[in-house]
Write a protein that binds this ligand. Structure first.
Ligand SMILES: [Zn+2]
Length: 158
């Protein structure tokens, strides 16, 4: 679906609604399907005491509830800032194939929200162990649930 400014205006309005509150950062999101708004929301990290309550996540969760599915194929996501790695993952896991953003990751870093260190873990390269000690252990033990899942003829892949 082609970009429409009116939906970015709505995402920006959601972001603006957080300014001067203790709800969360200035981040807003709108999810659109067939030209209509399915869900809109904003960051609620402080309000919910939940570091995963980014605008994209809260809005994706609302869309899941409204549409009654974990599959948002055909939806387009508008967000006022480049999604962080967590949100990029959630957007892709949701089967949303188009995401329009306004502010860049650098714009977010300029107001104190930076996420570049997370990409070090994703690339598997120079990850900072003082941020997260991420180690693999006991694969022989944990592979059992995967093997059982593989043998389950009723399994659901998503
Ligand atoms: Zn995020």
């Amino acid at each position: 679906m082609a970009y429409e400014q009116k939906f970015m205006e709505l995402a920006e309005k959601e972001a603006q609604s957080n300014v001067g509150t203790q709800i969360g950062g200035p981040f807003g999101t709108v999810i659109v399907k067939d030209g209509k708004v399915v869900a809109s929301g904003h960051n609620r990290v402080l309000e919910n005491h939940d570091p995963s309550a980014h605008g994209e996540i809260t809005t994706i969760r609302e869309a899941y509830q409204k549409l009654g599915t974990h599959d948002l194929t055909g939806c387009v996501l508008y967000t006022n800032a480049y999604p962080c790695p967590m949100c990029l993952g959630a957007i892709i896991w949701s089967n949303i194939s188009t995401c329009y953003y306004g502010n860049s990751a650098k714009d977010a870093a300029d107001i104190g929200f930076r996420d570049d260190f997370i990409y070090d873990f994703i690339s598997g390269g120079l990850a900072d162990k003082s941020v997260l000690n991420l180690e693999q252990h006991d694969r022989d033990l944990t592979i059992k649930s995967f093997d059982n899942f593989k043998r389950d003829s009723g399994r659901t892949l998503y």
